[in-house]
Design a protein around this ligand. Structure first.
Ligand code: BGC
Length: 286
């Protein structure tokens, strides 16, 4: 019997099939349909040949635990009962969690946050997601609504966010923002130019890192995490990003200075977190 881990993203849905002890057998992706019901039908159809025991999915939005719905601004999904849609389409037990939460579960099991008592994960992608470890446990509010680390305010009366607030962290430090700051250049190209000493590219990257570290300093003041792990597309910059953040955090007087780490799971964090969540459904693997 197999289990599945699903990572629903703004452009594609990643599928993972797992066997015993969460070994990844196979993974693939398909474009994300616009309508939630179509997404659920696609997921059910893709998984059908594998006879999986359950579906565990991470999605890029805020959960409402009481109503079992998700609101994902980047997908224009409002209050969508995604778990119910998945159950109806597949006939299987299904659970939906926030994508940052999923990545966090993966990092806690075997990654940058393994054996960490107090830690933060920030996923730097289309939005900013992530999670919080307290006393070695992943912390979520009982409502499911928090943490939403991309929506802490880093600029008072700042840019409007689709969530309704103004000045949210992700309006200043997500991947699309870096692309905009770089005049449309991809983060990979910008970072390559910055690494090779181009002064203009270095200035743009430094400004981005300043915005990122502004958010980290606030989180640091609340949690004093042993580790802040950075994941998502921007973390592909590797040590170049960590070094820049260390310097900037010192300049911003972050106290204490957190240890920064790169997330260990890149493309597979979401599907691993999804399958871990599905284990809570009481399914067993044979
Ligand atoms: C959403 C979060 C999500 C994050 C990463 C944000 O825009 O509000 O729920 O975790 O993007 O996808």
């Amino acid at each position: 019997m197999f289990l599945s881990g699903i990572d629903i993203g703004g452009t594609s849905i990643k599928f993972g099939i797992f066997y015993e002890k969460l070994n990844l057998l196979q993974q693939w992706s398909r474009p994300t349909p616009k309508e939630p019901a179509e997404a659920a039908a696609l997921i059910a159809a893709q998984l059908e040949p594998y006879h999986v025991a359950a579906i565990g999915a991470g999605a890029p939005g805020t959960l409402n635990a009481a109503r079992e719905t998700i609101t994902a601004d980047n997908l224009a999904w409002v209050d969508v009962p995604l778990a119910a849609l998945l159950r109806r389409a597949s006939g299987l037990p299904a659970v939906v969690i926030n994508d940052g939460h999923a990545a966090m579960l993966a990092e806690m099991r075997s990654g940058a946050l393994q054996n960490v008592q107090t830690g933060i994960l920030l996923t730097l992608g289309t939005g900013i997601g992530g999670g919080i470890v307290i006393n070695g446990q992943c912390w979520r509010s009982p409502t499911g609504l928090a943490p939403e680390l991309g929506h802490i305010i880093t600029h008072s009366d700042g840019l409007p966010c689709p969530c309704g607030q103004c000045g949210c962290f992700e309006q200043y430090a997500s991947a699309p923002v870096l692309i905009r700051m770089a005049g449309g250049e991809s983060p990979a190209d910008l970072i390559a130019r910055a690494r090779s000493g181009n002064a203009a590219a270095q200035a743009v990257f430094a400004q981005y890192v300043h915005e990122l570290c502004t958010g980290i300093v606030s989180l640091n003041s609340i949690f004093a995490p042993e580790v802040v792990a950075l994941g998502g597309g921007i973390s592909e910059a590797g040590d170049f990003l960590l070094d820049a953040c260390h310097t900037t955090l010192a300049r911003l007087h972050a106290n204490p200075q957190p240890t920064l780490r790169l997330a260990a799971h890149r493309n597979t964090a979401g599907i691993i977190g999804g399958v871990i969540a599905s284990l809570k459904l009481g399914v067993t693997m044979h």
